[in-house]
Design a protein around this ligand. Structure first.
Ligand SMILES: C[S@@+](CC[C@H](N)C(=O)[O-])C[C@H]1O[C@@H](n2cnc3c(N)ncnc32)[C@H](O)[C@@H]1O
Length: 535
């Protein structure tokens, strides 16, 4: 590598590695490994392997992960744009494998941008349960939100918050929490020269302070009995074993689940052999550290220092439970209301707007032209309730029932004219900077409902009454991804009985949803978003 590694870093590594040091240094003469992880929300591993245009070699610690080998350009294939795989550094696939996510879990990814591990969690949830994904830095949440959309995630909420505020809003709430901590990045030096340039002798200590706070917040947001996985891509002891050792001393209801020392995972160093290390001179991947922490199940108010804070904690929890109860009722009302709304008979009299939707925020990011809602709650400008919203819900329900035959499950949340279907009631997000409160399904324009791009990317073609599949081999998939209008004869369309060919068409690439088009008289008008196009 062209960049000189910092002398003090090398000295520290020599001390850590002893006789293995020379082998470690040799890894800097090799190229980093490339990998993809199959998005099992859209395709099975076997099917992708059968279709893959490039060679795939299994990554030992991730059953959906594969090395792509030199010369492969996975970002330059239509399958990437159809969300069939995520391009990810192989070692970075390990932490989520240790998190033990099951469909139906409530999972929090605290330091999530650009979303590699969030999309991996979403694939494990298989659309059931909840993924709250967060990053402190607003700019980075854009890529995070886009990746959730590209990979067809329906049950994700994207926040831009501090871990402390998330813990206050969701005390004792999550089954599993991932902390892919901001760190000094020493494990990425081979792959990312910027990390080398940014490194200073004080960098590990600087990050250690942040990591301690993030861990404390995670402990407060975790359900008794839940699991936290803490990971970094650095070698420094103070950000890894020493950090976790300190956490365990201050949080006696947590214990370390031993994972180090078996398979590809080397044992942790010093006080924590049960933690896991991936070393670049031992595996085909960059440097990583992981610790699995399990809560023993006793009621936990760890991280809450004094009596007053504890009272707030309990009050916050009660509010959340109440909000949830209110919204269960609202959901029942909504179901009842939408059942009476058919495309032909849009009688909205039974809709209960005050409960059905948490309404429209007329300020915040939505007001600035974006569709992100910004900070929810009173500070964001309270909601407009009333007949406009009732009518919009009815139009939405009519459109979706015609297209999909049923409405997606979840809480409808309007922001301006934009509609999200959320796995949580809006009240649960009140006061939090929310980038995406759920699955973006579309917006109202001149009294019509316009389906959103993320609605398409998350659909299976069989769910849509109208779809068309474009071939990746013929070049027409790339034409679609470039935003071109296509000539498509009617006999190529898949139209369910009783539906007209004209209208919104789910456009697929080799049978995998990629976006919308509008078909009429043999022409497919392109609805692929400008910002997503193939260049
Ligand atoms: C290692 S990166 C995360 C990579 C991500 N998990 C993935 O797999 O794509 C760490 C992230 O933490 C974010 N971050 C930094 N400080 C934070 C904090 N106090 N709370 C939450 N996120 C933070 C950074 O913006 C950065 O995106």
């Amino acid at each position: 590598m062209a960049v000189q590694l910092p002398g003090l870093f090398m000295e520290r590594m020599k001390e850590l590695l002893g006789t293995e040091y020379d082998q470690f240094v040799d890894t800097y003469k090799q190229s980093p490994y490339g990998g993809i992880r199959v998005n099992t929300l859209k395709i099975t591993v076997d099917e992708l392997r059968g279709r893959s245009p490039f060679g795939l070699e299994p990554i030992p610690w991730c059953p959906t992960g594969f090395y792509t080998g030199e010369g492969a350009r996975p970002g330059k294939h239509p399958y990437y744009h159809a969300g069939l795989y995520y391009i990810q550094e192989p070692s970075a696939m390990a932490p989520v494998e240790l998190l033990g996510v099951q469909p139906g879990d409530r999972v929090l990814d605290l330091c999530a941008a650009p979303g590699g591990k969030s999309t991996q969690i979403a694939a494990k949830l298989q659309g059931e349960g909840l993924l709250v994904t967060n990053d402190l830095h607003p700019e980075r949440t854009k890529a995070l939100a886009k990746n959730l959309e590209l990979y067809g995630v329906r049950n994700g909420i994207v926040l831009n918050e501090s871990p402390e505020r998330i813990a206050a809003a969701f005390p004792g709430f999550f089954d599993r929490i991932l902390i892919d901590a901001p760190c000094s990045g020493e494990g990425m030096f081979r792959k990312d020269e910027d990390m080398v340039k940014q490194w200073e002798p004080e960098t590990p200590a600087k990050y250690a302070g942040m990591q301690r706070e993030i861990l404390a917040a995670a402990a407060a947001a975790l359900k008794p009995g839940g699991t936290v996985v803490y990971s970094t891509c650095t070698f420094a002891l103070e950000e890894n074993e020493e950090m976790i050792d300190g956490f365990l001393s201050g949080h006696p209801q947590f214990s370390l689940v031993p994972v180090g020392g078996s398979g590809s995972f080397a044992a942790g160093l010093g006080p924590l052999p049960g933690a896991a290390r991936l070393w670049p001179h031992k595996v085909k991947g960059e440097g990583h550290f992981m610790a699995v922490l399990r809560h023993d199940g006793s009621p936990d108010i760890a991280g809450v220092a004094d009596i007053e804070a504890r009272a707030d904690f309990i009050e916050a929890k009660t509010d959340l439970i109440e909000a949830r109860a209110n919204f269960k009722e609202a959901r029942a009302d909504f179901k009842e209301a939408t059942l009476s709304v058919s495309p032909r008979n849009r009688d909205t009299r039974s809709a209960s707007p005050a409960k059905v939707s948490a309404g429209r925020a007329d300020s915040g990011r939505a007001g600035k032209g974006g569709r992100g809602p910004g900070k929810t709650g009173a500070a964001a400008g309270r909601q407009v309730q009333g007949t406009g919203e009732e009518a919009s819900l009815a139009v939405y329900a009519g459109f979706i029932q015609e297209l999909l035959g049923k409405l997606p499950a979840g809480y409808p949340i309007w922001f301006g004219d934009h509609l999200y279907i959320s796995p949580l009631p809006r009240e649960a997000l009140d006061g939090l900077k929310t980038i995406r409160p759920g699955w973006y399904v579309g917006h109202m324009k001149s009294g019509r409902f316009i389906p959103g791009h993320p609605l398409a990317t998350a659909l299976h073609p069989a769910e849509s009454s109208r779809s068309v599949s474009l071939s990746s081999a013929s070049g027409e998939a790339v034409s679609y991804l470039k935003g071109e209008t296509l000539s498509i004869p009617e006999e190529r369309l898949s139209i369910k009985a009783g539906h007209a060919s004209k209208g919104y068409m789910l456009v697929c690439i080799d049978g995998f949803s990629a976006g919308w088009g509008k078909w009429q008289d043999g022409m497919l008008k392109n609805e692929y978003p400008a910002g997503w196009r193939w260049t």
